[in-house]
Design a protein around this ligand. Structure first.
Ligand code: HEM
Length: 485
């Protein structure tokens, strides 16, 4: 395969760098600092080059003005042939597009509509109830009468505990008695234990060689068996539909079905939690931004006639959340700074890929084409001072800003934390809404401060390519109920 690629380069194929270590290629350099490494490669080879990374020949397209041509190549460049190979290895279900379940893939894709459009209102409402219930049970007891002092916590853990449980309840439902799932904390810990093996699993290491990952996965699957999920009330329509779809495929075992639920649970929290952390951290560490964002929340509350007091549950509907432009901009800015996903497409045949103007490159069947939006998000030509958090970067003339330029040309794609085209995240609107709801509640009810004496949190790049990056250090913060509510 290597000979095929290296010795038989065809005319007009991109330059190739396979590094010195067979199979591994440039994986180590990429893993250390993907963004810096790709910038160096770009200086050497230009905007389009192929690199060998952990056995895969990946052609990176670095110029964002070329992105539309890649994204629109629906048929020749396919996303799902990659995810259909990867996801079963990681989560443990048989490939979806197999001859034994011919319509399952299309049915699953269709069911993603239940995360969007009109269905989003019901999900958002349910998420609100779950967030409010958790806050009330765990944190609103800090009412000044009861105890006016500050409480401190680890910010990532705080976001993770609340967002995991509220998202889980919203999608999968709650126990029959309407209370909390007794084992939810164990489930959360197990999921993130498994998640720590995720980079190795995606790199192709068989789970059989990673004993702890396999044990974790088995425990998680047992918690998500169909008969358990069926016993919970207030399940989302989305999960109920998914449940029906996997139920009707006879060749699947219950563990296979649980693996489908596990994949969904992972997708719904693995990126949302770090995104939530970065949004909260960036606001709390920029008090001026926090003040503007909080003021707009209060102003919109007042205009919407929503009554707000510590004794009353507040409801923040989808329509309400849509009006919070400063909060939305601050979240988008946090996603820009922390997201490092790869948009992967696999060539379905040999063809000539048109890039920009008259330029095209030859692509072979099974070549992997990669967009790496972190390079776009950190491009000083597109974003001035790209390392800085500017909470209002996506606002212009009191409305959302969507015009950004590169080389004097307007960019069609300028912010891509949720992927693109056929691989665009179906949960993106729900994700943004739940992060907004969480932050609204935090800003409405609490004073928030970072503990003193901490260095600024930076991203840990070791998961580059896999989604939202984690912070490289723990962040301590303190919170107390606001006095005036
Ligand atoms: C800030 C939070 C989130 C981010 C940044 C994010 C990002 C992404 C990205 C980049 C992809 C494409 C992966 C690829 O190209 O390989 C993706 C796919 C996906 N996401 Fe999200 N996501 C988030 C939240 C959610 C939520 C809340 C849900 C569900 C409730 C969800 C469900 C999914 C699913 C099911 C897919 C696979 C779609 C398919 O196979 O066609 N995501 N997400």
């Amino acid at each position: 395969w290597m000979l095929y690629h290296c010795c038989f380069r065809r005319v007009n194929e991109p330059p190739l760098d396979i590094g010195w270590i067979p199979y591994i290629g440039k994986a180590v350099e990429f893993g250390k600092d993907a963004h810096g490494f790709l910038l160096q490669q770009k200086k050497k080879f230009g905007d389009v080059f192929t690199i060998l990374i952990a056995g895969k020949y990946m052609t990176f397209i670095m110029d964002p003005l070329m992105y539309p041509n890649i994204i629109k190549h629906g048929r020749q460049l396919d996303f799902h042939s990659f995810s259909d190979t990867m996801a079963p290895l990681v989560f443990g279900y048989p490939p979806v597009r197999s001859y034994r379940s011919p319509s399952l893939h299309e049915d699953i894709q269709r069911a993603f509509k239940l995360l969007q459009g009109d269905h989003l209102c019901a999900l958002t409402e349910s998420m609100m109830g779950n967030l409010m219930m958790l806050l009330r049970q765990q944190h609103l007891g800090l009412k000044p009468k009861v105890g006016s002092g500050w409480k401190t916590d680890d910010m990532y853990e705080f976001c993770s505990r609340i967002m995991f449980e509220a998202t889980f309840n919203t999608l999968y439902g709650t126990p029959q008695d309407g209370g909390r799932h007794g084992a939810v904390e164990k489930l959360r810990r197990e999921l993130f234990q498994f998640d720590s093996w995720f980079p190795l699993l995606v790199a192709g290491i068989p789970i059989g060689l990673l004993r702890q990952a396999k044990t974790s996965r088995n425990k998680l699957l047992k918690n998500l068996l169909p008969n358990r999920i069926s016993s919970w009330s207030n399940r989302s329509q989305f999960i109920s539909r998914r449940q029906e779809l996997v139920e009707k495929v006879d060749v699947l075992t219950d563990m296979d079905r649980a693996a489908h639920h596990f994949a969904m649970l992972w997708a719904s929290v693995a990126n949302t939690i770090p995104a939530c952390f970065w949004s909260m951290y960036n606001l709390v560490s920029h008090p001026d931004a926090l003040r503007v964002v909080r003021q707009q929340i209060f102003d919109v509350l007042k205009l919407s006639g929503v009554e707000f007091s510590v004794d009353k549950d507040v409801t923040l509907s989808k329509d309400f959340l849509d009006k919070l432009l400063y909060l939305e901009s601050a979240i988008n800015e946090s996603l820009r700074l922390s997201s490092a996903s790869m948009n992967i497409r696999v060539a379905q045949e040999d063809f000539s890929l048109h890039l920009k103007n008259e330029r095209s490159v030859k692509v072979r069947k099974d070549d992997i084409i990669v967009l790496y939006p972190q390079s776009l998000h950190m491009d000083p030509e597109v974003y001035e001072d790209p390392q800085m958090f500017q909470f209002d970067r996506y606002i212009q003339d009191n409305s959302g800003k969507s015009v950004f330029f590169k080389d004097g040309q307007k960019l069609k794609y300028y912010l891509m934390p949720f992927g693109s085209g056929s691989s665009m995240c179906p949960g993106r609107h729900f994700a943004i809404n739940e992060i907004k709801q969480f932050l609204c509640l935090m800003l409405l009810y609490f004073d928030l401060e970072l503990d003193l004496g901490q260095t600024r949190a930076t991203v840990d790049s070791s998961r580059a390519g896999l989604g939202i990056l984690f912070p490289s250090t723990n962040v301590r913060f303190r919170y107390r109920l606001q006095k005036n509510i």
